[in-house]
Design a protein around this ligand. Structure first.
Ligand SMILES: C[S@@+](CC[C@H](N)C(=O)[O-])C[C@H]1O[C@@H](n2cnc3c(N)ncnc32)[C@H](O)[C@@H]1O
Length: 236
């Protein structure tokens, strides 16, 4: 797929180009599933109703369904949801894919045993927005329901990312630019054909922990790999 040259890209388009987030059959996507699978299996032993928050093209929704859960996947992107539904139609799946905003969830309170928020989706939310998301997660969880939050410490990762991250055929991160207050960063992706930019919010571990503490009790923070965490949070 050709990527437009020299443009600031919407994150939806970025995900469509990035195999690790859009192509369930790609080694990049499968690696992400394999990395988290053992933890999800042991933390979600009891079957229940699961919300896969910001589900993208739905790979984790299908995995959770295979583990025996009843799964609803929610995302704001029509593009990605279309792809998720197309994947669903090629397999024996009953995952319900819903369009919605994580900041204002279209569900009654106390309806999910688990909410999972995987794949470092927090980069799409400012602090005020993420606060709203956490509040909503707490609202839709059943009492003592579990919230699994998977994210990367971008403050630590940024210097490593620059020059190394390959997102699609021949595209890599050539530059990272931060605003003065270090609230967000712009990643410049480059290939011999041209470059494009995507803007993300800059979250570090300490800030995520402080915010989640307002709404949840942290049972565990599992370091999946360097600078990548799965926080196990229980509804307060
Ligand atoms: C890093 S991707 C992760 C997707 C999926 N969880 C995975 O691991 O493959 C982030 C996702 O957040 C979604 N997203 C961004 N803003 C959102 C919002 N306000 N509400 C719901 N989803 C949102 C994007 O469309 C995208 O699918």
């Amino acid at each position: 797929m050709d990527i437009p040259l020299g443009v600031v890209m919407d994150f939806e388009e970025y995900y469509l180009y990035s195999k690790a987030y859009s192509d369930i059959e790609s080694p990049e996507y499968k690696k992400r599933l394999e990395e988290l699978k053992p933890y999800l299996t042991s933390l979600m032993r009891e079957r229940g109703r699961v919300l896969d928050l910001a589900c993208g093209v739905g790979g984790f929704s299908f995995l959770l369904e295979e583990m025996g859960h009843e799964v609803v996947g929610l995302d704001i992107s029509d593009f990605l949801l279309e792809k998720a539904r197309a994947y669903r139609d090629t397999r024996d799946s009953e995952v319900e894919f819903v369009k919605g905003d994580a900041r204002k969830l279209p569900f009654e309170g106390g309806t999910f045993d688990y909410v999972v928020f995987l794949g470092n989706s927090i980069v799409h939310f400012t602090p005020l927005e993420l606060n709203q998301v956490f509040k909503e997660v707490r609202r839709v969880l059943k009492p003592h329901g579990l919230f699994l939050l998977h994210y990367n410490d971008m403050r630590e990762l940024l210097p490593i990312l620059e020059g190394s991250e390959v997102i699609a055929d021949g595209y890599w991160v050539s530059q990272i630019r931060k605003d003065k207050e270090e609230k967000y960063f712009i990643a410049v992706f480059e290939s011999p054909k041209g470059k494009f930019e995507v803007k993300f919010n800059l979250w570090g571990k300490t800030a995520v922990e402080l915010l989640s503490k307002l709404y949840f009790v942290r049972e565990e923070s599992i370091e999946i790999k360097e600078n990548s965490y799965l926080d196990v949070l229980r509804r307060k």
